[in-house]
Design a protein around this ligand. Sequence first.
Ligand code: IPD
Length: 299
Amino acid sequence: ADLNLQEIHDTLISVAHEAGRMMLAANPTDIDTGTKLNSADIVTETDKAVETLVSKRLSAAYPSFEFVGEETYKPGVTKVTSAPTFIVDPIDGTTNFVHGFPSACISLGFAVDRAPAVGVVYNPWLDQLWTAIHGQGAFLTVGAVWGLEGGKGRRQKLPLAKNPAPLAGLDTALVGIEWGSSRDGVNYEVKTEVFKKLCASKETGGVMVHSLRSMGSAALNLCAVAAGSLDLYWEGGCWAWDVCAGWAILTEAGGIMAGGNPGDWEPTIDGRKYLAVRGAASGQKDIVEAFWKVVGTGR
Ligand code: IPD
C-alpha cells in the first residue's frame, strides 16, 4: 500500500509538540533518575513517560506499523525489520536534560525497508523543529509554539546557506563528536586517539580542525550538520533511535551519511558507527576519505 508520508510527518510533529510540553513541565532536579549500563548512561522517569505517550499516540494512529523505542528496546529481541517502523528516542540528550543544559530533543524517525523516510526532531527549550520527508527537502522551523510569524514559526530550508562551498580540508572544519557512555577499553582508546589527532597541530601529528563541539544529542548533531552549522559529526556507539530521524534530515539537506570506519559507504540503521558530512555541490567524498584517514584502520 502507498504510504502517506506527509500525513505521517504531520502526525509526528503533533506528537513532538505534545512530548515537548511534557519535557518542559518536568523538573529534572527532582525527578527520578537512574542509570543503565554505567554511571554515564542515564535514564529518567520522563524518558519513560514520553516514550509511553508516543507509542500510545502512534499505535492509535497507525496500528499496523512497528515501533522501536529506546526505553522498551530488548537486546537481542528488538530488531528493525523492513516493515514500516517508527524509531523513537523519547529524550535524546538525557544527560543535558538532567543538567538543565538546553540541548535535548525528541527524535521521531520513520523507516521503510530499513531506510529513514521521515524525520522529526524537536528541541522544546529552543522551540526548534527539524523535519524532512524523503524526496521533499529538510526544514528548520523556529518559534511556531512560541507564536512567532503568526504561529507558523520561522521556516527555513536546509542547509541554511544557499550554495554552501565545499570544505577545502579538515583544517577548516568544525567537527561534532561525543564521548557517549562507553568509556573503557578499545572504545576509549579509539575515541581519545581520534579526538587528539583532530585537534593537534600538524607539527604535533594532527590535522588541527577549527574545533570540536558536542551537542550532547546524536539527533541534534545530525541536524546541525544538515544545517551546515557543523561540517562533520563522527560517533561510534549510537543506536537506531539516535540516528533515524536525523539521518532523514541530513540526507534531505544534501549531506552524506557514511559509516564511522574507513571504507563504509553504506552504513545501516543499526550499524552503530557514523560519519555525517554537510552538503556541498561537489558531494565532499574527499572529506569523508580524509576523515577516515584520521580514524585509521586495524580494528
Ligand atoms: C545519547 C546521546 C549522546 C550520544 C549517545 C546517545 P540518549 O542518547 O545522543 O549524545 O553520544 O551515543 O546514546 O541516551 O541521550 O538518548
